[in-house]
Design a protein around this ligand. Sequence first.
Ligand code: PLP
Length: 287
Amino acid sequence: MSRIVFLNGSFLPVEEARVPFMDRGFLFGDGVYEGIGVLGGRLIENEAHLERLERSLREVRIPNPYTRAEWTAFEEEIVRRNGMAEGFVYFQVTRGVAERDFFFPENTRPTVAMFTQAKAIVHAPAAQTGIAVVTVPDQRWARRDIKSISLLAQVLAKQAAKEAGAQEAWMVEDGFVTEGGSSSAFIVTRQNRIIVRPLSQAILPGITRQSLFRLAAETGIVLEERLFTVEEAYEAAEAFLTSASNFVLPVVSIDGRPVADGRPGQLTKRLRELYLAMATAPALAAE
Ligand code: PLP
């Protein structure tokens, strides 16, 4: 079966999908995106992702071409057409096609491109073994709260991680961990306190991160929002990351040093179970 993608209102085989050469996404990285996890063919926390999309679009002043109901219908349809049970839906909205000029073009329609990517989330081997991360300088722009398609700094960060034998980069600014190249970063201290950086323009407001606060609170687990240093991460009892396409993933080594005994921690496992339970519960997952 050929992969079916969505482009500006149409579903078509990927081989037939063409974005014009002068699209500002291509020329300037002028656009924003979203990535939504899919489990059992259902979108996980889609409303929250669409809310973040609306915010990203507002911040960069690209008009939102669709209502939430339309976005949801397109997302559900692309999952159905690709027969995808588990993985994620990716879509981006660019400022559209225009003569190359920095100023916003007038009367230009945003370009919308959407695709699915199948991926094992629940039984991902990394969920059992944990992953290695390495720290790299955070070289991104000053509005990391906007989910911009300009991801060059993350491409470089994650490639550096790969070349160092790791699966994710934890980016560091002024000695403090900001977040992962494509995930939110957490540590658990030896006093069993779960630490995550507070929201600001320095990090993306992760949807999975946000849910973890709610899920943890419901079971009496407290998450503490504060900055943490690389040294604190080295000394942590546990470490983990969250993202829409990984849920909760244990981090077992940082810069080549094992986190505690180098095995996924108990609190991390508990939080992963809580998230999985939410994502597989029909009523909540539809949110
Ligand atoms: N931080 C960054 C830089 C990301 O790119 C992502 C996801 O792509 C996240 C955090 C995690 O966000 P979410 O949980 O919404 O997937």
